[in-house]
Design a protein around this ligand. Sequence first.
Ligand code: ACM
Length: 265
Amino acid sequence: MRVAIVQLNPRFGDSVGNTRKAIELMHRHQADLYVLPELFHSGYAFACRDEVWALSEAIPEGPVSSQLAAAARKLEAIIIAGIAERSGDVIFNSAALFDPTGWIGTYRKIHLFDREKEWFSPGDRPFQIWSAGGIRVGAMICFDWIFPEAARSLALQGAQILCHPANLVLPYCQQAMITRCLENGVFALTANRTGGENRGGQNLSFTGKSQITGPRGEILFRAPATAVGVYSVDIDPQDALKKQIAPHNRLLEDRRPDLYTLSVP
Ligand code: ACM
């Protein structure tokens, strides 16, 4: 299976142009699964909630979703992309999953980062996985990386590949994903953006270095910091079913949840 990360530098507010460019890039680089960055169509440094609202859409009826569904059909591939999702009168920072049959599901970012809390509502549904092309995939978005429970929740449900749209501004995630993958025995596709946005009182630089990480913590591919492009590797998703880490140890099964404290008393 060929899996791809699409590293982009979206132009703020140009949802039409950013979507067109992402789809063009995917058409030039064959893969079975593509992961696009968080909010790849809108940009990130919003000045106010009205801006997010204007750029948001219902999933899967909206124009970005419709075009991604059509692209997944044409490419005969799975696409996961970060979209500003409008639902009723609230907005979620979401990742939508499409396969050649259409829209499969949506993950709403649970752990909002910094000023995202001013415009987005936090995800209101648990981490879940989907079966796409016979592979079990899960989604987490950007800052979810710092909460090990995110990747663990997906792995415990049987995820083989963690699809991870991102707009990273802190320098730690790529290294952390090595541990997330190793401790869960899963693949991760972290699709980050590059460039910067200086608006709305925020001056942000995005770190690029999108990464494909393997189930033993191998960095299978790390993109440059600034380039825009589609990068892919061939993987065997069955490798994520091999949880034996030592003759007497199996990841996940050897956990002792009866002795863990997972909430602050
Ligand atoms: C982030 O969660 N976009 C840093």
